[in-house]
Each structure stands twice: as C-alpha cells, then as structure tokens.
Design a protein around this ligand. Structure first.
Ligand SMILES: Nc1ncnc2c1ncn2[C@@H]1O[C@H](COP(=O)(O)OP(=O)(O)OP(=O)(O)O)[C@@H](O)[C@H]1O
Length: 264
C-alpha cells in the first residue's frame, strides 16, 4: 500500500522562482491497484511520481510504502521497492550496455554489493526467458547494445527491467508518449499484463484521456498541485473521454486546442 499524507513540495523556496508544485496531497493506494494520473502541464504529475520514487523529497508531509516511512529516503534507498519507466526510452537503461547487462543491473537494484558476479548461467537463462515472453525476437539479441533497439523495443525491455528486482511499486511517466500508436498499444497491453501478474501497485501518468479511462482501476486528476478528481468503480465506468476533456477545460478556463491529442 502507498499512503501520502498532506504532501507539499515547494521548489526554489525563498527565491523569485519559488513554486509550490504539490499543495497538500493526501492519497492512499491499495496494494495491487493501478491508478492513472492526468492533469494539464505543470499540474504536478511528475513531481508526484518523484515524491514516490525519492528523487523529490517532500517539503512537508509523509510518504509510506507498505509499513515503511520512506519520506526522507532518496532514490537509492527505495530502488529495490520502486521501479520507474520514463517517457524517454533512452532514460531508463544504458545504451552502451547490452540487453543482458542492463537486465543484470536492473536485477541488482537496491542491493548494496558491486556489479560482479552479475551473470551466471542460470541468470542468463532467466533473462532470456523473460525477454522471449515479449515475442519481439529480442531473446536472440541479448548481447546487442540497448542503443540498437527501437524506442518501443527499449520500453518493452525497460518494463521487464522494472520487474526484475522484485519491486512492488511501478511508476510510469508517460511511458508510451514517444511511441507510434501501434507500439504504444503493444506497450500498454504488456504493462497491463505485468501489472496484473505481479500485482504491482502502479501509478501511470498519461496525457491520453483514452488511456486514463481504459487502463487501471482508478483515475486521479491533478491541477495546481491538488487532486481535483478521484474516480473509481462504477462512477469511473460511466465516465467518458469527453467528460474528462470538459473538466480540463473548466480547470484551465480556456479552450483546448489539442483535443485530438488528449483523445488519442
Ligand atoms: N526541479 C524543479 N525546480 C523548480 N520548479 C520545478 C521543478 N520541477 C517542477 N517544477 C515546477 O513545478 C510545477 C509542477 O511540475 P511537474 O513537472 O510536476 O508538472 P507535470 O504535471 O508533470 O507537467 P507536464 O505535464 O508538463 O510534464 C511546474 O510549475 C514546474 O515548472
């Protein structure tokens, strides 16, 4: 379970650029629940994921993951329990290392020991089997450098990497936004499969209202660092993309000129 209590994040405190990115967020997410997160630019979505990953330390409030108070823990201390996949396919893996080496590093996230001996024969076989499940043929390219892969292939490997260290929280930061529609759909079905098989507690930031309603169990909308919508169950099932867009318009007090993007 994830529990955020009255989280406030202020960037650049005391400077002319001071910005309150999160303004008292309280949110409890049950174990295994999949929450989609929407909101306009600057609403605080990435900051919220940062607070959970540990790369943003809350100015005030408390963050709990499971029974542990992780409020003051940085990313390294949380690495074994929180995995993250970014919008940029290049961001979550090392291009100069092979697929296999990236998987070995991911499997050791959160451990204190050095890199060796990362790759025994059993591990190699396990990694190969996990990559074969993607049905992308990458199991025959385990020694290829990551930077030879397409963006979609790289996101698929990143999702496998996210599950190797036994993390129970998965943070997805617009992880399909840079992909073509076909690959985005493939990555979303893979995400769905991984999240449900491993019962990962998942937050997915998306700019696609369609994705926000089609995937997961619950949708929250952020605006101005606050939660302005939190829907689940039947009330979410009856919600249409058009309803979300209307809410966006209301929040922003202006006409959206990128409806097509939001619907896609
Ligand atoms: N490191 C930082 N220093 C200063 N201000 C920041 C920092 N990170 C975020 N902000 C500001 O905090 C606010 C929330 O940013 P955040 O990136 O969380 O929004 P977002 O909802 O993810 O937006 P987008 O959809 O554009 O990615 C914005 O006004 C942003 O400019």
């Amino acid at each position: 379970m994830i529990a955020l209590s009255d989280i406030k994040v202020v960037f650049g405190r005391g400077t002319p650029l001071e910005k309150q990115a999160l303004n008292g967020i309280s949110l409890t997410i049950e174990e295994g629940s999949f929450v989609t997160v929407i909101g306009s630019n600057g609403a605080g979505k990435s900051t919220l994921l940062g607070v959970l990953a540990g790369d943003v330390i809350a100015t005030s409030g408390q963050v709990r993951i499971g029974t542990a108070d992780v409020t003051r823990q940085g990313t390294a201390a949380r690495a074994g329990r929180v995995a993250r996949v970014f919008q940029d396919p290049l961001a979550g893996s090392c291009g100069a290392l092979s697929i296999e080496e990236n998987l070995a590093l991911a499997a050791r996230r959160g451990e204190r020991r050095g890199l060796a001996p990362a790759l025994g024969a059993r591990r190699r076989e396990l990694f190969r089997a996990r990559i074969a499940e993607l049905n992308l043929g990458l199991e025959n390219r385990m020694g290829d450098r990551m930077d030879l892969l397409s963006g979609g292939q790289r996101q698929a490997v990143s999702l496998v990497m996210a599950t190797l260290a036994g993390s129970d929280v998965l943070l997805l930061d617009e992880h399909t936004a840079a992909l073509d529609p076909g690959m985005a759909e493939f990555i979303m079905s893979l995400t769905q499969k991984i999240v449900s098989e491993r019962r990962l507690t998942t937050l997915m930031v998306t700019h696609s209202m369609r994705q926000a309603l089609d995937y997961g169990h619950r949708t929250i909308m952020l605006h101005g660092g606050e939660i302005v919508l939190d829907v689940t169950g039947d009330s979410r099932k009856t919600l249409q993309v058009e309803d979300l867009i209307a809410m966006f318009r209301k929040m922003r007090g202006q006409t959206l000129d990128d409806d097509a993007l939001l619907i896609g």
